[in-house]
Structure formats: structure tokens, C-alpha cells
Design a protein around this ligand. Structure first.
Ligand code: MOS
Length: 727
């Protein structure tokens, strides 16, 4: 099914946060630091204050009130220090002022007139240097992104490696990356009678309301987040960042609506990014390819945001596994956060490259090596996987792609001045869901609403909610009115508060739609049997099917019924059941990549890509395909070009704009061959759908790197794989 929001989006009818214009609204412009470490000594605001239209200038010495800081998950994954908290500068591009003016031009103009004097110190902004002194992080119990870090008991990994017939150890380096979503973080805030309404693009409206309420010192129920359209999030809009906090706090102080739109360059520093990481794998195997030992050591900027170790326990069976992580705290760099497939993307790049390197060492086909180490149950706890068809992904993918034509010897296949290579990689992504609450209601105009406080950050949730509602009620999808992107809509208050994160929104929301639809149908039947004016009143055999009620030998559509009884709506909430924890859940894919590398320029071009996906039931093939191709390209971007560059001497991100921060464009891509296996995971939920949002990203860079190696014999272990590294 086409996206039901497609027309609104392409015609401009969809109103994103910054599209809201309120009477009396003031425009805010952020001013950011030009040093990475030190403090603000003074700020000359005279010229700015005298500039036309300026309403207020907030600085560390004169800031709007914040009563708290981010707590919970956000305290691990976002910036917990409220904006303008003090004069200290911790990174280049930190917010040091907010200028508010009658127009956006006036705000920008005045911001340019502010003179800041700093006491600057040489920054520690080099992850490269800091890696040498990485430390073990404090253990964070129950860290949601994976296993708590502790030394596994009874595993002498060095001895296990030493006892293996073949061992290899390799280190892979992954640069920082930025979400670079099309819609920047933007918020329009307005207060009325102590209640905040804020239009702010977010992946989790309810979590956003909770976090803002904590920061502002008001009740959660007094914060109303409205976010029906989100122009991309990728984890960058999972938590609350300074621009929304400042808009809300400034609007309260000024008693006027305030809009704050983050500038494109500012997005690179004030709203999170994926930290650089270094991933070292040591593998020990028997000559026949069976793994005996896996040692995985990750180094990253801080604990939560990119734990590459998350990958390792869910790929391959091995009797000895040791996973560790070190961090480089105190760097004068912008705050890192989660970004699409956090940990899984970086970890899978390293693991799926080192498996390729081991296969070469063993003289074994890379798929064969993976099949020899196929994991049937979780490494720890030995929980069986609910539904795993990764072997079929390999088989079908190899067939579709023509894997048998791969030259076993690197550099063996050429086409004129092009070296042609094929590579593959596995993608595994934990699949879960949270219980959530949905409200379904019938209306007199013959439509039904289906509401949940989730988000559609481009994922297709609007459409999937309409389709699932249609299926549950036996109605055409165009008679379903989904409602999402609003903190006032129902949610259960468990981890479903975060909305569209962790590739779990579809798996979370759709089973609750089925439950709520049953409840709503029961309410409707009761209404038909009892309400005054109902033609079915008094019937004891009322039944509902496909929008019609029958009973006592009569029939009526629900629209007619509600019109006759003069009822605005009849509906009910339903909450989905808890997840069955007797099994483990994951989505799978096998990626196959072909590249052509120019012999003279070193340019690696993507020429073909096949992905075969095992993600349970695919509810909407069209939006699902969009998720996978978008995800694959997101992962390939890391392989091909994407890299945040930090200047060592200044701590400045030197390519913080969409001209110098390279992303693949259409000319860099191919027509992706995406194939879905259809094995509904009915243990996970009655809709059988697992997550796909991040799956395509996982492993895609490794497939590219492995193809480049097959084409050229060159193994590039530092991303991105740019032509200079192939000369
Ligand atoms: Mo995703 S990084 O869980 O928003």
C-alpha cells in the first residue's frame, strides 16, 4: 500500500514542527561556542541588543529557568546538563546564547553581532590519542542497549585462543557519524495556564513530554507534545535536546510562543552523533572452520551510545566468548547518542569483516564458514530463537545474486580497467516489543480511529496502523483514521514510551491494535443491543463483521447505528500482552554486494546489491522495502564516504555541513534487490511482524568492504573506504 501520508508530504500539506506559526511568535537563533575547552569570560551584547526586533538574549548569566535535568535513559544517551547551565565550554559548537527576535532574520542578524571573549585551553578532542588511555566504564545495570559489561566467569580467552588451530586478530576503526536527518531539530512552544504545548519532531512523543516536564519542573500531563510528521530521526530524535528545552523555557519566561530551529551546522554539535569506535576481534578456529574462541574488545567515547559488543553474542556459536568495552571519558567533543542500529552497525562491520578474513585464511567460502558456526540458541542462557531462517537468507540470496560466480582469489575478475568483486555479510538485529495501549473507536461517519502515542519518523507507521486497523475491523484501509505523534494518545507507560526506537514500533503497536479492536467491537455490540434508537436494541445475538452489526434478524452499519443513537463515538482501549520470554527474538538478513574498483583511480563503485530478509511477517511490502533500502544505504554510506572530521587542534568538526559531510546520492546507488522471506513470528505477537528499521544498516558496510577486498586484494579496516586507501 502507498503511504497514506505520501500526498501530504510531497505537496507540502504535512506540517512539520517548524511550519507552525503562532500569533505573537518569537524566533530564536542559537549561538554556539568557537572554542572546545575553556570558559566564557564575557559577552558583549550591546550591538545585538540594539539591533532591530530583538526581544531577549539568553546567556549563561541570564538564562531561562530549568528545574531539572534529563533523567532515565536520556541521562545515559543525551546531554544531561541543561543548556546555558554555566560558563564552562566542553566542546566546540556548544550553545552559549539564544537570541530571540520578532523575525528569524532579525534573530540571526543580532546573533552575528554578539562578541564572546573566552578563556581557552587546548582541547582534548582526539579519539585517536585518547584510545591509548581508554578505561573500563562503570557497570550500568540493565543498560537497555545490551549486555552489562563484566568479565565473563570461567573464560580464559587467551588460553582458548592459544589452543585454537587458526587464530587471527584484527582491529577496525569507525569514524564519528551524524544523523543528518532532513528535518532539523525544531520546536514551537506555547504556554497557556501553566500548560505547555510544543510542536517538536520526535521519535517518542510521550518520552519527549516526560523529559521536558522533568527539565521544566511541571507535571508530565501538563506537557503536550505534537509531532505527527517527523523528517527523519535515526536515534537523533529519540531523546530531548537543547533546542526544544530552550524553546519551551524561553516561551514560559517571555509569555509568548517561541520557535527555535537548529541550523544545519549546529545539528552536528548540539543534537548528538554516533561516536567513533575501535573494534578489535580475535578469532580462534579449527581448520574445519568451527570457532573455538571469540574475543571482542570495543573502545568508544562513552558507554551507552555505540556499544559494538552488542553484536557479538547473537551471531556465531563458540564455546569461549569474551566481550569487553573501554571508554575515553572527558573528551572535549559533542555529546554522543544512539544512531540507527547503535552498536550493531559498528560491531557488525568489524565482525563480518573479520569472519571474511578468517574464511580467506582457511580457504573457505564465507557463507560456508558462517553456516559451520550457525547459532540455534542464545550463547548465554541457551534460549531458542523463536523463528530463525538465516540459512534460507544465505541460500536464496546466493542464488539471486549469483554468488557462485564470485572469484575465489582476490583480484581475479576484471572488466577492462575495473576490478570486480563480490562480498557478503550477515545482519542480525534483536527483535522485541513492549506491551502498549491503543484506542480504537467507531464514528458515525463510518470511519474508525486507531490511536497510539508512537511516531512515524518516515518509517511507514501511519500506513501500517491503517492497514492493521483495517484488518482487525474488516474495513477498507481508507476508512481507518490513524492517530499518532501526540503525547496525549494512549501508551502503556513501559518502554513503549520511547515510541519509534529499536526497530520495535511496528511489532509493538500492531498487536495492541488487534486487542483494542476486539475491545471496541465488544463495546459497539453492547451499544447496538442497549442504546436508545438502535434498531438492534434488545437483541441477544448481536454480531459484528466488516463494519456491519446483525442481531434479532436486523442489520445496520456502525455508521448508521451511531447516527441513529446520536453517539459521537464508541470505542475502547486495549493493551497488548507481555512478550513471551521463553524464547529469544531477532531479525536476520544476508547482504550480497558487488563493487567495481577502478584500477587507476582507486574509486570503488557499488554495482549490485541483494538483501534477503527474515523479519517475520511483512505487513506492507512497499514501506518495508523502503526501510531496508534506506537502511542498507545508511550502512553503505559508512563504507563509501561518511565521516565526521574533528580537527585535532581546535576540536571543531571541519565538515559540519551537507556539502563537505559526504552522503551517498542517487548516482552512488543501484537498484537494490530486496527479497523478503515470509515466516510470521507468531510467538513474538499475533501479527507476526519483527523489526526492520535498522536491520538493513547492520552488516551493509562489511558486505561492501568484503567486496572491495575480493575485487582488489586490499583489506581496508578504517572506514570510509575512500579511493586514497585503495591506491
Ligand atoms: Mo533507533 S538508534 O533505536 O532510534
Amino acid at each position: 500500500m502507498d503511504r497514506i501520508d505520501a500526498r501530504a508530504k510531497v505537496t507540502g500539506a504535512a506540517r512539520y514542527s517548524a511550519d507552525h506559526k503562532l500569533p505573537g511568535m518569537v524566533h530564536g537563533h542559537l549561538v554556539t561556542s568557537t572554542i572546545a575547552r575553556g570558559r566564557v569570560v564575557s559577552m558583549d551584547l550591546d550591538a545585538a541588543r540594539a539591533a532591530g526586533g530583538v526581544v531577549e538574549i539568553y546567556t549563561p548569566d541570564h538564562r531561562p529557568a530549568f528545574q531539572g535535568a534529563l533523567t532515565g535513559l536520556a541521562a545515559v544517551f543525551a546531554e544531561t546538563r541543561p543548556p546555558l547551565a554555566d560558563r564552562e565550554v566542553h566542546y566546540h559548537g556548544q550553545i552559549v546564547a539564544l537570541v530571540l527576535a520578532e523575525t528569524v532574520e532579525q534573530a540571526r542578524d543580532a546573533a552575528a553581532l554578539i562578541r564572546v571573549t573566552y578563556e581557552a585551553q587546548p582541547p582534548n578532542s582526539s579519539f585517536e590519542d585518547a584510545k591509548e588511555h581508554a578505561v573500563s566504564p562503570p557497570s550500568v545495570p540493565g543498560l537497555p542497549l545490551g549486555v552489562p559489561i563484566k568479565e565473563p566467569e570461567n573464560v580464559d580467552i587467551k588460553a582458548a585462543l592459544a589452543a585454537s588451530e587458526v587464530t587471527i586478530e584484527r582491529t577496525y576503526e569507525i569514524p564519528p557519524r551524524h544523523h543528518s536527518m532532513m528535518e532539523p531539530h525544531a520546536a514551537v512552544a506555547v504556554w497557556q495556564d501553566g500548560r505547555l504545548t510544543i510542536y517538536s519532531g520526535t521519535q517518542g512523543p510521550a518520552a519527549h513530554a516526560m523529559e521536558l516536564s522533568g527539565v521544566l519542573g511541571v507535571e508530565q500531563a501538563d506537557v503536550h507534545v505534537i509531532s505527527p510528521y517527523v523528517g527523519g530521526g535515526f536515534g537523533g530524535k529519540a531523546f530531548t535536546w537543547a533546542p526544544a528545552m530552550l524553546a519551551a523555557a524561553a516561551a514560559r519566561e517571555l509569555g509568548r510562543p517561541v520557535k527555535v530551529v537548529t541550523g544545519r551546522e549546529q545539528l552536528f554539535t548540539v543534537t548528538g552523533h554516533r561516536a567513533a569506535s575501535s573494534q578489535t576481534f580475535a578469532l580462534g578456529a579449527r581448520r574445519d572452520g568451527r570457532l573455538n574462541a571469540i574475543e571482542h574488545a570495543t573502545i568508544s567515547q562513552s558507554l551507552g551510545e555505540d556499544p559494538g559488543y552488542r553484536t557479538t553474542p547473537k551471531y556465531y556459536a563458540a564455546p569461549n566468548v569474551h566481550i569487553s568495552m573501554k571508554i575515553t571519558p572527558g573528551l572535549d567533543l559533542p555529546t554522543a547518542t544512539i544512531m540507527r542500529a547503535p552498536g550493531d552497525e559498528s560491531g557488525s562491520f568489524a565482525l563480518e569483516c573479520v569472519m571474511d578474513e578468517l574464511a580467506e585464511e582457511l580457504g573457505m567460502d564465507p557463507i560456508e564458514l558462517r553456516m559451520r558456526n550457525y547459532l540455534e540458541s542464545t550463547l548465554k542462557g541457551k534460549l531458542p530463537y523463536s523463528s530463525k531462517h538465516l540459512d534460507e537468507c544465505y541460500r536464496v540470496g546466493a542464488e539471486r545474486f549469483g554468488w557462485s560466480r564470485r572469484g575465489e582469489r582476490p583480484g581475479a575478475v576484471t572488466d577492462g580497467e575495473w576490478q570486480v568483486g563480490m562480498g557478503m555479510a550477515t545482519a542480525v538485529l534483536d527483535a522485541g516489543r513492549a506491551p502498549t495501549t491503543v484506542r480504537v473507536a467507531f464514528r458515525p461517519n463510518g470511519t474508525a480511529t486507531v490511536g497510539n502515542a508512537t511516531s512515524d519518523a518516515g518509517t511507514g507507521m501511519w500506513t501500517v496502523m491503517a492497514m492493521t486497523g483495517a484488518r482487525a475491523l474488516g474495513l477498507p484501509a481508507d476508512r481507518i483514521r490513524p492517530a499518532l505523534g501526540d503525547s496525549a494518545l494512549p501508551f502503556a507507560g513501559s518502554s513503549d514510551i520511547y515510541g519509534a526506537v529499536g526497530s520495535a514500533a511496528t511489532a509493538t503497536v500492531t498487536p495492541a491494535i488487534l486487542t483494542a479492536a476486539r475491545e471496541a467491537i465488544a463495546k459497539l455490540a453492547e451499544h447496538a443491543a442497549t442504546a436508545e434508537g438502535s434498531p438492534l436494541r434488545g437483541a441477544d445475538d448481536v454480531r459484528y463483521a466488516e463494519g456491519r452489526l446483525t442481531g434479532g434478524g436486523k442489520a445496520v452499519t456502525f455508521g448508521e447505528l451511531l447516527t441513529l443513537t446520536g453517539t459521537a463515538e464508541v470505542g475502547a482501549q486495549g493493551t497488548s500482552a507481555d512478550l513471551d520470554t521463553t524464547h529469544a527474538y531477532a531479525s536476520y538478513a544476508a547482504h550480497f554486494c558487488e563493487v567495481r574498483v577502478n584500477r587507476w583511480t582507486g574509486e570503488p563503485l557499488l554495482s549490485r546489491f541483494t538483501t534477503v530478509v527474515d523479519a517475520g511477517a511483512i505487513l506492507n511490502a512497499k514501506t518495508a522495502r523502503g526501510q531496508i533500502t534506506g537502511g542498507v544505504l545508511f550502512g553503505l554510506a559508512a563504507a563509501m564516504c561518511e565521516e565526521g572530521r574533528v580537527e585535532g587542534a581546535t576540536g571543531r568538526i571541519s565538515n559540519a555541513n551537507l556539502a563537505d559531510y559526504l552522503l551517498p546520492v542517487n548516482a552512488d546507488t543501484v537498484e537494490f534487490d530486496v527479497h523478503f522471506l515470509d515466516h510470521p513470528d507468531t510467538r513474538l505477537s499475533p501479527t507476526g511482524a519483527r523489526g526492520i528499521g535498522e536491520l538493513g544498516t547492520v552488516g551493509a558496510a562489511a558486505a561492501f568492504a568484503n567486496a572491495v577486498h575480493n575485487a582488489t586484494g586490499r583489506r581496508v579496516r578504517t572506514l570510509p573506504i575512500t579511493p586514497d586507501k585503495l591506491l
